[in-house]
Structures are given as C-alpha cells and as structure tokens.
Design a protein around this ligand. Structure first.
Ligand code: AMP
Length: 294
C-alpha cells in the first residue's frame, strides 16, 4: 500500500490477515465503531482517529442485538457505497482506512444473541429504561469488536453520552488496554445534533427540531455554575416541562441532569462537580437524543 486507500473487509480473519501484513502500523491503530449511514458526525471521529494514529479501522455493522424494536432495525439505512465514498474524502490526511463491514454471523460466531452485563445500573435508566436490553446489545457488540480489532484508541461520540459511559465501564470490566476517546457532538448549522435518524425528517421538520438544542442551551445558560440566579436541577426540569408545553409536537421521553460520567439524576448542585443535561424526544415518530455539558 504506497498510497493510503480504503480496504473493505467482510470477515474478521481477513481483517486480521490484512492488518498483520502491515506491521509498520500495528503500534498505533485508531478504531471507530459505527452502524454506517455515515454523516459528518461520524467523519469527525474518523478524521480525529486518522490524525492521532498510523492507521484507522472503521466498522460498519448494524447490530441487531441492540435494537429492541424490530421496526427500528428494519428502518435502519444501509448505505455502504456512499459510506465508502465519504470515508475516501479523508484519505488526503495520509492515513490508511480499513473498513470492517461484517455480516452478523462473522462477528457473532456463537449465535446472534446479547450477553448480559452488570453495568451497575448505568444501563437501566434513560435509554436503557426506554429500550430494554439495548446496552447489553451495545456491550456485546463492542466487546466482540474489541476482540476483532487490535485498537489502541477507540473513538466514541458524546452524542450517545450514556453509551460512552457504558463503554467506559465495559473497558474497566474487561481490563482492556485501550484508550477511549470521547468526541464532541457535531451539529447541523441550526444546532440539531447530526444523526442517521434525521434522514427520516423532512427539511421543515429538521428546522423545527432545532428546538431540542435551543432548549438545551437555555438549560445550560440557566444551570451553569456562573449563571446569575442559577436554577436548581428541579428548576431546570420545570423549565423544560414548560418549554415542552409550548411545543406539543415534541414528546419528551426523558430530560434530566446527571453528574459527568454517571447516570444518577441530581437534586442539588455540589461545588466543583460537573454536570450534563440529557434529553430524548419523540418528534414526528422519530426518537432523537441530545445532551449538553452545564
Ligand atoms: P452510530 O453509527 O449511530 O452507532 O454512531 C457511531 C459513533 O458515532 C458513535 O460513537 C456515536 O456517538 C458517534 N456519533 C453519531 N452522531 C454523532 C454526532 N452528531 N456527533 C458526534 N458523534 C456522533
């Protein structure tokens, strides 16, 4: 490989063989797990991985065990050719990119089922409460991917904040010698967090969905430590309840304030502690999540 290129591999064994042929990069592999339907939010992770490592592996796999809703899984877009074209726009950075896009039977050699983890409650609230079993599916696939990809750094978006916390717990539980790199949320110009699910909205619905981030910004403005007349966590919950009453096209699945890295809702501020506000809404039948640091 004289010039960096995209190598598409469908099987774990091929990936291992191909990586083994390029020992010059073996000491520094950045890994970005995705479910495909790539957008600039994913590309920001891949770009960072390309800048910080000698080689990058991107996995593209729509993981069935993390969907508790068959319709959601069936609706998930599969756009491999487009994904490869988007990834090739990053080759100018000079870092080769391996794309591992397996079938379920390749990754799940023991049958496509979720393992059960003890994430100490991190997985039972918010996304986990609304989507039972979701984080066992996430943990299972990430654990399998870590076995398939000999990565040194693994890149996850803060967009899926709870997932990031769960994956950090998984790393500790499995004693994995790798670094988890959290990456900031990439947004549309109007503030809407980029997501493959945004594809299900019309242009005018996407414009309207900017309400989610506007609301979070208001929460951050009124809840940050330096805010004049800072609202309490309870005050912030009421603020969002009132905002939602005026925006009946958004159904709030949850809104809450947690400490950074944890998933326990807080009732009062503690000096020096960092907080995050988490929200999920259903908007025109599409479930959208977002969060903001306070
Ligand atoms: P997904 O394909 O949705 O499983 O996402 C793959 C990775 O991209 C996850 O680590 C996500 O958190 C991350 N990601 C997705 N959307 C964004 C975004 N808008 N900004 C930053 N990271 C994102």
């Amino acid at each position: 490989m004289n010039h960096p290129e995209i190598l598409l591999l469908r099987h774990r064994i091929e990936l291992a063989d191909s990586l083994a042929k390029h020992t010059q990069w073996a000491s520094s592999i950045g890994f970005v797990p995705t479910m495909g339907a790539l957008h600039p939010g994913h590309l920001a992770l891949v770009e960072r991985a390309a800048l910080e490592n000698k080689a990058v592996v991107v996995s593209i796999f729509v993981n069935p065990t993390q969907f508790n809703n068959a319709q959601d899984l069936a609706l998930y877009p599969h756009t491999l050719d487009r994904d490869l074209a988007l990834l090739s726009t990053l080759l100018h950075l000079g870092t080769p990119i391996w794309v591992y896009a397996p079938g379920a039977e390749d990754l799940y050699s023991d049958g496509v089922k979720a393992q059960s983890f003890d994430f100490q409650g991190l997985d039972s609230v918010f996304e986990g409460a609304d989507r039972p079993g979701h984080f066992n599916g996430v943990g299972t696939v990430v654990s399998l991917l870590w076995k398939a990809v000999p990565a040194h750094r693994v890149y996850f978006g803060e967009k899926d904040y709870q997932q990031l916390c769960v994956v950090q717990a998984l790393k500790r539980m499995e004693h994995r010698d790798l670094e988890i790199i959290p990456c900031p949320i990439v947004r549309e110009p109007n503030g809407l967090a980029m997501s493959s699910r945004n594809e299900r909205l019309t242009d005018s619905q996407r414009n309207r969905a900017a309400w989610i981030y506007q609301t979070l910004q208001e929460v951050a403005d009124r809840g940050r430590a330096a805010a004049p007349n800072r609202l309490s966590p309870h005050g912030l919950r009421s603020l969002v309840t009132r905002a939602a009453q005026e925006a009946p096209d958004f159904q709030i699945a949850y809104f809450d304030i947690v400490t950074e890295g944890g998933m326990t809702p807080v009732d009062q501020w503690v000096t020096g502690e960092k907080y995050r506000a988490l929200i999920a809404v259903v908007f025109h039948g599409v479930r959208l999540i977002d969060n903001i640091a306070l």
